[in-house]
Write a protein that binds this ligand. Structure first.
Ligand SMILES: C[C@@]1(CC(=O)O)C2=NC(=C\c3[nH]c(c(CCC(=O)O)c3CC(=O)O)Cc3[nH]c(c(CC(=O)O)c3CCC(=O)O)/C=C3\N/C(=C\2)[C@@H](CCC(=O)O)[C@]3(C)CC(=O)O)/[C@H]1CCC(=O)O
Ligand SMILES: NC(=O)c1ccc[n+]([C@@H]2O[C@H](COP(=O)([O-])OP(=O)(O)OC[C@H]3O[C@@H](n4cnc5c(N)ncnc54)[C@H](O)[C@@H]3O)[C@@H](O)[C@H]2O)c1
Length: 181
């Protein structure tokens, strides 16, 4: 048998990086692995749960790329309501997740955020949790966008301030003509 083809009887069942996985349950941040990819969201629905400071910040960055976003929260900032999204004023419930391709969990309630991640994992939806890197299926990098070119800087969810600082240095090099795009 080709050595790359696993005998099904010996194969390890797939485990996502979720609340039920070894890393999700008390794993270490330095053991996380993230693959940098650009994900195709054309005609796909994105859900943002929460309408506070962090949701506003995530939503504002996302608006440079997409508009097919639904936001669910009991309360919204004035600023988020200016984004070209669909807003539903309500508390989260599991059925809200149905039909979404990506979910950003940004409520201010740590336990609720983890519960939403458990729900979305049951439905197989890729989910980012703003206050729990160990529960994230994906994280957002620091971005510089220039037309169709996007420069993304990530730190494997280790140090967001470093990602932002390096992105800012790259932006400066672009602005002063050292890097041409
Ligand atoms: C780059 C950026 C992209 C974006 O968000 O789109 C991004 N965070 C940004 C801003 C920002 N984040 C924080 C503040 C301070 C707010 C304050 O001080 O009040 C600010 C500044 C601000 O808000 O202005 C604090 C913070 N962030 C995380 C936690 C939780 C934790 O680490 O445990 C806490 C602590 C909360 C606490 O302790 O309470 C977690 C994550 N933040 C990430 C990305 C992912 C790692 C990316 C990487 O690999 O490096 C990750 C892991 C998950 C994720 O969110 O995807 C965006 C900059 C956008 C830009 O400038 O363009
Ligand atoms: N990832 C990041 O970049 C980052 C940056 C800063 C802070 N954080 C973390 O993000 C979390 C959120 O912070 P914030 O400043 O946005 O809080 P916030 O209080 O401004 O907003 C909380 C939002 O959650 C909504 N909400 C509450 N209960 C809900 C429910 N049952 N269903 C749906 N929505 C509900 C509220 O209506 C509100 O819109 C904090 O825990 C903080 O640690 C993350």
């Amino acid at each position: 048998m080709n050595k790359n083809i696993q005998d099904e009887s010996n194969s390890i069942p797939f485990q996502g990086l979720g609340v039920n996985s070894p890393l999700g349950a008390g794993g270490r941040r330095e053991d996380l692995k993230f693959l940098p990819i650009s994900i195709n969201v054309t005609n796909k629905k994105i859900l943002l749960i929460g309408g506070g400071k962090v949701a506003t910040h995530k939503g504002t960055i996302m608006a440079r790329f997409v508009t097919n976003v639904t936001v669910i929260a009991p309360e919204f900032t004035d600023e988020i309501l200016k984004l070209p999204y669909t807003f539903i004023q309500k508390e989260y419930k599991k059925s809200d997740l149905e039909g979404f391709f990506l979910v950003y969990v940004c409520t201010g309630d740590h336990d609720l955020n983890a519960r939403i991640k458990a729900d979305s994992e049951e439905l197989g939806i890729l989910t980012s949790v703003c206050d729990a890197p160990l529960l994230c299926d994906f994280v957002s990098p620091a971005i510089h966008k220039a037309g169709h070119v996007t420069i993304s800087v990530g730190s494997n969810a280790r140090d967001v301030y470093k990602s932002v600082d390096i992105r800012n240095q790259i932006k400066e090099l672009i602005d002063n003509g050292t890097i041409r795009i």
